[in-house]
Design a protein around this ligand. Structure first.
Ligand code: Q0Z
Length: 287
C-alpha cells in the first residue's frame, strides 16, 4: 500500500491506483442506511462484502470476464484490472421494489418495460428486467430507458451489457434462492479493457449492491425486511431519527445482530465458514 495513490472514496469504500493497469478496492466496515453513513462500524462487514464479491466473480467466469486479479490477505482489499467504466449502472430487477415499484405504481412501466397490471409491491416479475440508471455524481441515480442508455454507451455495448447482466442475475438469483436468500435486484458495473472487451467491474452481487431478502419471510404486498440491514433500520425507526446527517450511533446489540446477518449471508452463499475466509481469503476463489 506504500505507493498506492488514493483515487477516490465511496460512501463505504476506498479506491487506489497501484499502477497504470491495476487498482486496489478497499471495503471498509462503514455502513449506510437511508443514504447516510453511520458513525458506528460493523466489524468485518468489509471482509464479508469483499469475500462475497470475489466468490461470485470466481463462479461467473463462464458468463463474463471480470476485473478481479487477487484478494489480499487482509480479506477486505482486492486488486483489480483498471477499466474504462461505462457511464451507466446496469440494474436487473427480478422483483418489484424500490424505485421500480414507485415507477410501476405511477405509470405501469419500469424503464420502458410495460409490466402486467395488478402487481403488488415486492411481487416476483414474470421475467427479470434490465433497468439501467445514470451514475449521478451527487444524490440519487436516475432510471433511464434502454434507448437513453444505448445513446450513452452505443447500441452494441448496451445490448451486450443487458445480455450479460440478465444472465448474471439469473444465475446468482437461482443459486441464492436455493440457499434461502432472495436477490430482489442488483446493480452491475461494466467497463472496457484495453482490447475494448466488456468486463464486469466494481463489486457484484453483495448486499450493498443488491437487495437481499430472507426467503423464509417473503410476503409480497408490501416492503420486505432487508437480510442484512433490518436491525439497523428497526433501531433507526425506534429512536425516531429524521434520516438526515448525522446518523445515530448504534448500540452493541444492533452491531452484533447486524454482523451476524452479514456473516450468515456469507456462509449460506459460499458454503464456507467465515473464519476459514479470515484465515485464508483465497478460499472463496477455489472450486
Ligand atoms: C470503480 C468506486 C470505490 C469510489 C471507478 N476496475 C475498475 N476500473 C476503473 N474504475 C473502477 C474500477 Cl472498479 C472504478 N469505482 C467505484 C469504488 C470508491 C468509487 F471503492 N470508480
Amino acid at each position: 500500500m506504500a505507493d498506492a495513490v488514493h483515487l477516490g472514496s465511496g460512501k463505504v469504500r476506498e479506491l487506489y491506483a497501484l499502477d497504470d493497469e491495476r487498482l486496489l478496492l478497499v471495503a471498509s466496515d462503514r455502513i449506510s442506511t437511508f443514504d447516510v453513513v453511520l458513525p458506528t462500524e460493523i466489524p468485518d462487514k468489509g471482509r464479508v462484502l469483499t469475500g462475497l464479491a470475489a466468490f461470485w466473480f470466481a463462479r461467473t467466469r463462464a458468463i463474463t470476464a471480470n476485473h478481479l486479479l487477487a484478494v489480499r490477505a487482509d480479506g477486505r482489499s482486492t486488486e483489480c484490472r483498471r477499466l474504462e467504466m461505462l457511464p451507466i449502472e446496469c440494474v436487473v430487477r427480478g422483483y418489484l421494489s424500490g424505485s421500480g415499484w414507485k415507477d410501476y405504481a405511477r405509470t405501469g412501466e419500469v424503464c420502458g418495460h410495460r409490466l402486467p397490471a395488478g402487481l403488488r409491491e415486492s411481487d416476483r416479475l414474470p421475467e427479470p428486467i434490465f433497468t439501467p440508471a445514470t451514475k449521478a455524481t451527487s444524490g440519487h441515480d436516475e432510471n433511464i430507458t434502454g434507448a437513453q442508455a444505448a445513446a450513452l454507451v452505443g447500441a452494441e455495448r448496451f445490448a451486450e451489457a443487458e445480455r450479460l447482466s440478465i444472465a448474471l442475475y439469473r444465475f446468482a438469483a437461482a443459486y441464492a434462492l436455493e440457499r434461502g436468500i432472495i436477490i430482489a435486484d442488483t446493480k452491475f458495473e461494466f467497463g472496457a479493457d484495453r482490447a475494448g472487451r466488456l468486463v464486469l467491474g466494481d463489486e457484484a452481487l453483495t448486499p450493498d449492491s443488491s437487495r437481499f431478502w430472507p426467503a423464509d419471510e417473503y410476503a409480497p404486498g408490501g416492503p420486505q425486511p432487508s437480510y442484512d440491514k433490518q436491525y439497523v433500520r428497526d433501531y433507526c425507526e425506534k429512536i425516531g431519527w429524521g434520516k438526515t446527517y448525522p446518523g445515530p450511533e448504534l448500540p452493541p446489540d444492533v452491531v452484533a445482530g447486524t454482523r451476524r446477518r452479514y456473516v450468515e449471508a456469507f456462509e449460506r452463499l459460499t458454503g464456507l465458514r467465515f473464519d476459514d475466509y479470515l484465515a485464508n481469503p483465497s478460499v472463496v476463489l477455489a472450486g
